[in-house]
Design a protein around this ligand. Structure first.
Ligand code: SF4
Length: 246
């Protein structure tokens, strides 16, 4: 079965039809901050050293165990299971969502259920398969009750886990799924419609923004835009590989 047949079987064809090969230009780097005025040093006491991240020395297995027993934020009291992430520990592709939902909370794996099936179909559309050169994770490793938006203090408590995962996996490209995840990682309130279509950077890794599969299930008309984002991601990865090979 070729890719078109597979998309037809999933009810995604012809909605996910490539409308053009135009690839958005990478976003220009933001201007540097102007130099601040030089001030005389004051006699204030030195700032306390930043404490080391509690996950800084962990490998992926130890990080998973740490998530399972984590109590760094109140979500530990309401979750069923921690959901650290799943996939190839040397993956070139890293997909990042916002937080586990009810199915993920029950099973301990990100992106299962209907949204997970759609993510699998999205990945298959660009020749990817869960667990093969792909790692999937969320910003929050525990489910917010009722699938509400993450609170800033929860993100602050949990983000070191994702940062450590990125540093260990060292993906070539990140695909961030959904408005909340994109705005959180980019520290921006720009609408997702303006964040997608560009290649951003996160921790030195190129990052492409697209819609969350759960959103696409509710708004199937936007699958065409998601397909454009995936084509941008695929083209960006191809460019990274050809650049590395030359
Ligand atoms: S969301 Fe993150 S910081 Fe909060 S309890 Fe779960 S693993 Fe720990």
């Amino acid at each position: 079965m070729d890719r078109q047949d597979r998309l037809k079987a999933l009810g995604l064809w012809p909605v996910w039809r490539l409308r053009g090969a135009a690839m958005a230009e990478p976003e220009a780097a933001p201007p540097e901050d102007p130099p601040s005025a030089v001030r005389e040093p004051t006699a204030s006491p030195p700032a306390p050293a930043t404490p080391p991240s509690p996950v800084s020395g962990l490998d992926l297995d130890a990080l998973g165990a740490a998530v399972e027993s984590c109590g760094r934020c109140p979500l530990a009291r309401t979750r069923t299971r921690g959901v650290p992430g799943v996939g190839d520990p040397k993956a070139e592709w890293l997909f990042i969502g916002e937080a586990p939902g009810a199915d993920e909370d029950r099973l301990g794996e990100p992106f299962v259920g209907q949204a997970g099936k759609l993510l699998d179909a999205m990945m298959a559309g660009i020749g990817l398969q869960r667990g093969r050169n792909v790692y999937i994770a969320n910003i929050l490793k525990s489910r917010p009750p009722g699938n509400r938006d993450p609170k800033p203090e929860e993100v602050a408590a949990c983000l070191p886990y994702l940062e450590r995962q990125i540093d260990l996996i060292r993906p070539k490209l990140i695909v961030v799924l959904g408005r909340i995840a994109a705005q959180t990682l980019l520290v921006s309130d720009t609408p997702i419609g303006k964040l997608r279509g560009h290649v951003h950077q996160y921790r030195g890794v190129p990052m492409v923004v697209t819609y969350h599969p759960a959103y696409l299930l509710r708004n199937p008309a936007d699958k065409a835009k998601a397909w454009e984002d995936l084509v941008l991601a695929r083209q960006t990865m191809a460019g990274l590989k050809s650049g590395a090979a030359s």
